[in-house]
Design a protein around this ligand. Structure first.
Ligand SMILES: Cc1cc2nc3c(=O)[nH]c(=O)nc-3n(C[C@H](O)[C@H](O)[C@H](O)COP(=O)(O)OP(=O)(O)OC[C@H]3O[C@@H](n4cnc5c(N)ncnc54)[C@H](O)[C@@H]3O)c2cc1C
Length: 415
């Protein structure tokens, strides 16, 4: 029977970063996935490594916005009617967490992670020889109306109080940064401290290669085979059964597939999202990701082309794709940037793993010996992967954690 100190289940950006941080501390680790590292949600995101979206996406307080969503007119949000009963309790908790005072509290509780996110990527990328993937040009949020920009005031004040660099720009100043954009917007904010990547898959693969160079084992296996075999956790891999005293579950949107059979129930839902790559007309270029705030999509320059990523779809994780949001937002996107035709025949579909309070769970599972969780990174898993890796490794090896892990504990759901 093969043995290792720790098994990490899930080789997305979160699990891979945990594996590297553990291996650096001299622990023997096996990183298990049914696919190659970084090929699922960690592949398809907008590539932004940020710490500036202080107020998480909130349940709409405005009835006009809610009605647009209800009548499926909103580019930001889509839903499957049949899924609403299943997700209703989660939506109610999400709504409660969207009150202004709770949003400020969330911003404060998440700040210790976000404040370290960029530096942790820089350190890991330097070790992994992957610095070429990091683009240090910040990112731009655009506002088509004065009202949308004015609504940002509280968040900008908080960002400044937290020391997060932000530069409000008028249209001309933003166009000087991104000359290929049209001038359909009125305001912009340049978040200069953020980074982005033109190939999120390559970044996770580089971190996985660093893990292997440290002596870590990357193997194929089905995490759903996890079970307690007398005093150890056991997982079936392509190379046979593997035992360990400790297991970290970092399965992103698939976390519940493993927790459910163990009798552990967490309020983890998915916010599905799509992307599609487009060619640019006349070789027009983007130098950094751009958010069209009122239309809720991002244009992200990727190695494959301009990646258009959508907002949120509430639907069962495995339901067939319904990429209607791309159709709804494309007129606005084409009006902002000279997009040409799509590159792939079909859009990519992924699922953001989300708790209703918009905080991840990064902690030991109460009353389960040797079972740890790192999941629910929602809209910020790429951003928070490496800092999560550090925090988990510090907690598991008994080192002083880089920040207080209490706000990310599973205890808030599993009392
Ligand atoms: C459209 C979109 C845009 C986004 N943009 C950004 C962004 O710009 N910046 C940002 O920070 N975040 C962004 N995100 C969020 C981010 O991509 C996710 O939070 C992050 O990728 C989650 O990482 P993870 O490692 O938890 O999950 P994943 O990357 O999904 O990894 C989970 C792994 O578990 C494996 N797995 C599942 N089931 C099993 C099983 N039974 N056995 C073995 N292995 C299994 C999967 O193969 C997968 O590799 C975006 C998400 C979407 C959908």
């Amino acid at each position: 029977m093969a043995r290792t100190d720790i098994i990490v289940l899930g080789a997305g950006i979160v699990g891979t970063s945990i594996a590297v941080h553990l291996a650096k501390r001299g622990v023997s680790v096996a990183l298990i996935d049914r696919r190659g590292p970084g090929e699922e949600t960690s592949y398809g995101n907008a590539g932004i490594i940020e710490g500036n979206t202080l107020f998480p996406p909130a349940f709409p307080a405005n009835w006009a916005v809610l009605m647009r969503i209800a009548f499926k007119r909103s580019p930001q949000v889509n839903y499957h009617l049949a899924h609403l009963p299943a997700i209703a309790p989660w939506l109610a908790a999400f709504r409660a967490a969207s009150r202004p005072a709770r949003l400020i509290e969330t911003a404060q509780l998440m700040q210790p992670l976000f404040a370290r996110a960029v530096a942790e990527h820089e350190a890991l990328a330097a070790e992994a020889g992957a610095e070429r993937h990091l683009r240090r040009t910040g990112w731009l949020k655009l506002y088509r109306t004065h009202a949308a920009f004015a609504a940002l005031a509280a968040e900008l004040d908080l960002a400044t109080a937290f020391g997060i660099a932000n530069v409000p720009l008028d249209r001309d100043a933003a166009l000087a940064l991104e000359p290929a954009l049209t001038g359909v917007f009125r305001h912009a904010v340049h978040w200069t401290g953020a980074m982005s990547v033109g190939n999120p898959l390559a970044l996770t693969r580089a971190y996985a290669a660093r893990f292997a160079a440290l002596g870590g084992v990357v193997a194929r296996g089905d995490a759903r085979t996890l079970h307690l075999a007398t005093s150890h956790w056991r997982v079936e891999t392509a190379a046979g059964a593997l035992d360990a005293g400790d297991v970290v579950i970092a399965l992103g949107p698939w976390t519940s597939d493993v927790l459910g059979p163990l009798g552990i129930k967490l309020p983890l839902a998915v916010k599905r999202g799509y992307h599609r790559h487009f060619r640019a007309q006349r070789d027009a270029e983007l130098r950094r990701p751009v958010l069209d705030t009122e239309n809720g999509y991002v244009l992200a320059p990727m190695e494959q082309g301009i990646r258009v990523t959508t907002g949120v779809e509430f639907a069962a994780r495995d339901a067939p794709p319904t990429p209607v949001q791309l159709e709804r937002l494309l007129p606005a996107a084409r009006n902002l940037f000279p997009l040409d035709g799509p590159i792939e025949p079909q859009p990519w579909l992924g699922a953001r793993p989300c708790f209703p309070d918009s905080r991840p769970v990064i902690s030991r599972v109460p009353r389960q010996r040797g079972l740890w969780l790192a999941c629910g990174h929602a809209h910020w898993g790429l951003t928070l992967g490496p800092v999560t890796g550090r925090l988990v490794a510090e907690m598991m090896t008994g080192a002083t954690p880089c920040c207080d892990p209490t706000p990310y504990s599973a205890d808030r759901f599993l009392r």
